[in-house]
Design a protein around this ligand. Structure first.
Ligand code: PAF
Length: 282
């Protein structure tokens, strides 16, 4: 497995692979890998015969008050995990190589990013779309895998690929959960024992909404009221947002007809966690 640090070298290696007829599968990550990421690497391996994992804590997707410097990092462990999953290359650039001091071009999605995480983190998706566009231009993948936990991110990337004609097929990877239901996230490491226990309220609130939906409830106000009731049982949890939105447009819905994304972001202590589910009428 090759470790590549320079963006130019990444592009050269990708061109060589393409020249040799290989299909490149990219798994973009910010490192501190967990089973969720490893499942994405396995998905990439099923669809491509050269797998590149990028590990880059992208500064442009963090606002000044967010946890960029605190974000967990452990490259030695990540490298071993990538190797164990049969990745062919790890792209591990520095921020100064990825962003020159006078970097001035960004990718901005102007519709899907207005609500949900985009409302509470107004510059976040500009950073995500920009770095993913750069990674696509450097690793030249035909296939790229993104986790469904970041539901809005996945939809923004798909829209970017569609609207800017990137020749990349986007493969979604299902959310991977701890045995007790907590969605895996690199940020879970920040949770104290007490907070870890209270973080289960996200999954419980989604379970309640799914159950009501199965029983025939279609009014989103009722689903949201019930979810808030569940969340109220966890005093360490502060809701950033819980919303029911159309799965395609990400605009709020009041009555569920078409597939509906219930997305939530919750601070448990200082740690911001996200989770979601998609409700589809049978
Ligand atoms: O989902 C993430 O880890 C990041 O947002 C991504 C896609 C690697 C871009 O930095």
């Amino acid at each position: 497995m090759k470790i590549i640090r320079s963006p130019e070298e990444m592009q050269q290696e990708a061109l060589l692979l393409r020249g040799n007829g290989r299909t490149i599968g990219l798994v973009p990550t910010m490192g501190y890998l967990h089973e969720g990421h490893l499942s994405l690497i396995r998905l990439a391996r099923e669809r491509a015969n050269a797998v590149v994992v990028s590990i880059f804590v992208n500064p442009t997707q963090f606002a000044p008050n967010e946890d960029l410097t605190r974000y967990p990092r452990d490259f030695v462990r990540d490298e071993a995990l990538c190797q164990s999953q049969g990745a062919d290359m790890v792209f591990y650039p520095t921020a100064t190589d990825m962003y020159l001091p006078d970097h001035s071009v960004y990718v901005v999605e102007e519709s899907l990013t207005s609500g949900l995480c985009g409302a509470s983190r107004p510059t976040h998706f500009r950073g995500v779309a920009t770095v993913v566009a750069k990674l696509f231009n450097l690793a030249l993948p035909q296939v790229a895998v993104f986790g469904e936990k970041d539901a809005q991110q996945l939809r923004v990337i798909k829209r970017m690929v569609r609207d800017l004609n990137f020749p990349v097929s986007i493969v979604p990877g299902p959310i991977v959960r701890e045995p007790d239901g907590l969605a895996m996230s690199s940020r879970n490491v920040f949770l104290s024992t007490e907070e870890r226990a209270q973080a289960l309220c996200l999954r419980r609130a989604l379970d309640r909404a799914e159950e009501l939906f199965r029983q025939g409830e279609r009014k989103t106000a009722e689903l949201l009221r019930n979810m808030q009731e569940v969340m109220a049982q966890c005093p360490a949890a502060r809701i950033d947002y819980i919303e029911c939105v159309d799965d395609e447009s990400l605009k709020p819905v009041t009555e569920i007809g078409k597939p509906c994304l219930i997305a939530m972001a919750v601070f448990v202590g200082k740690t911001r966690l996200i989770d979601n589910t998609v409700l589809r009428a049978p």
